[in-house]
Design a protein around this ligand. Structure first.
Ligand code: CTP
Ligand code: MN
Ligand code: MN
Ligand code: MN
Length: 371
């Protein structure tokens, strides 16, 4: 209906950190198409257009109305020629032929399949594809392929970990981690982060920040948690990375995808009896448990707000926070710190609100960061 098209258009910022984006997406047909295009460019390592489609999708996700004509998009940022031609196609035909061509492309399908395995990135997927492999059976039957430990558990638990994790399952895992950290140190701090903190109903994993007020103690927290979970017999896979964080090396001028805090990537065994309403598993599956991916990160307490902001996401929201800091404020933001290049000093923060305030940004709640 026409009523959903705004009459007085409030200007939409090019930065996701100046938009409020809930999990309600009024433009899913467009954003799903853009995601396919972005993935195609990503798998071919063509960064510019990949980012352009992700940015465009993010702008459309923030709109409280559905786009019904190309004219309605004329005041929106980040929509280029290519993006608009795809939208036009969808508006006219209900679908995009370019997207359909990509979805039916053998290389795209195979790379998507291979990268859906925990531990398999675009490089490995491409190597397998060029070797002529097209299915999991092909990969597993090829004796010249040496799967690493992560990929082995990726295949072993494929069905479970490619299945979405529910909110109830995330809550059950929170209870397990909460018991573990508090048994180790009574004043431990635990926060749910990632997509579930943003209010998502389902996720691909569950992300937690764990720390303690005692400086230095956070570095041994994760190994102790791992120990405890091992004794409970619920640890199916562990990848632990010790801290390489060094306060004296801040700020970090080049952007790194990974922060330097102690962290681990786990696969846990979750019992159905611990989940209110039961497990989110296939109908007819009577095992009574499922495997779930869990990430833990342990920053020192004085870095807590930065780590929380960085791990809450979404990825697009994080990208734009950093870009905004750099371009509009001459500041450097990452998961460790915020550095003011003009004042040449690191800015302190104990809450996320402090960080938004330093950046001169209106506070955006976690559930409004689904950019
Ligand atoms: N992140 C990070 N460093 C990593 C891994 C993740 O800073 N080594 C951040 C990402 O930028 C992301 C957040 O942590 O914003 C959560 O990552 P992830 O679990 O991959 O995504 P979610 O947003 O939680 O989505 P999903 O529901 O699919 O898990
Ligand atoms: Mn997550
Ligand atoms: Mn994660
Ligand atoms: Mn660094």
């Amino acid at each position: 209906p026409e009523a959903s098209t705004p009459t007085a258009v409030v200007s939409v910022s090019q930065y996701a950190c100046q938009r409020r984006t809930t999990t309600e997406n009024n433009n899913k047909t467009f954003t799903d198409a853009f995601e396919v295009l972005a993935e195609r460019y990503e798998l071919n390592e063509i960064e510019g257009p990949c980012l352009a489609f992700r940015r465009a999708a993010s702008v459309l996700k923030s709109l409280p109305w559905a786009v019904r004509s190309l004219g309605a998009t004329q005041d929106l940022p980040c929509l280029g020629e290519h993006t608009k031609s795809v939208m036009e196609e969808i508006l006219q035909n209900g679908r995009s032929f370019e997207v359909e061509r990509i979805l039916s492309d053998e290389r795209f399908q195979t790379l998507k399949l291979f990268t859906s395995v925990f531990g398999v990135g675009p490089k490995t997927a491409d190597k397998w594809y060029r070797r002529g492999l097209r299915s999991f059976n092909d990969v597993l039957a090829d004796s010249s392929i040496q799967l690493n430990r992560m990929q082995q558990s990726g295949f072993l638990h494929y069905e479970d970990i490619s299945r979405a994790v529910s909110k109830a399952e995330a809550r059950a895992l929170r209870n397990i981690i909460d018991k573990a950290v508090h048994a180790i140190t009574p004043d431990a701090v635990l926060a749910l982060t990632g997509g579930f903190r943003r209010g998502k109903e389902f996720g691909h994993d569950v992300d937690f920040i764990v720390t303690t007020p005692e400086p230095g103690e956070e570095e041994t927290l994760i190994p102790k948690v791992i120990n405890r979970l091992t004794k409970q017999g619920i640890l199916l896979y562990t990848e632990y990375q010790a801290s390489t964080f060094d306060m004296s090396k801040l700020p970090c001028h080049r952007f790194e995808a990974m922060d330097h805090f102690a962290k681990c990537f786990l696969i846990l065994r979750l019992e159905g009896s611990q989940v209110e309403g039961g497990l989110h598993i296939a109908e007819g599956d009577s095992r009574g448990w499922r495997a779930v991916r869990v990430d833990l990160v342990a920053p020192p307490m004085d870095r807590y707000a930065f780590a929380l902001l960085g791990w809450t996401g979404s990825r697009q929201f994080e990208r734009d926070l950093r870009r905004y800091a750099r371009m509009e404020r001459q500041m450097l933001l990452d998961n460790h710190a915020l550095y003011d290049k003009t004042k040449k000093e690191l800015l302190a923060a104990t809450t996320e609100k402090d960080i938004f305030a330093h950046l001169g940004l209106e506070y955006i709640e976690p559930w409004q960061r689904n950019a």
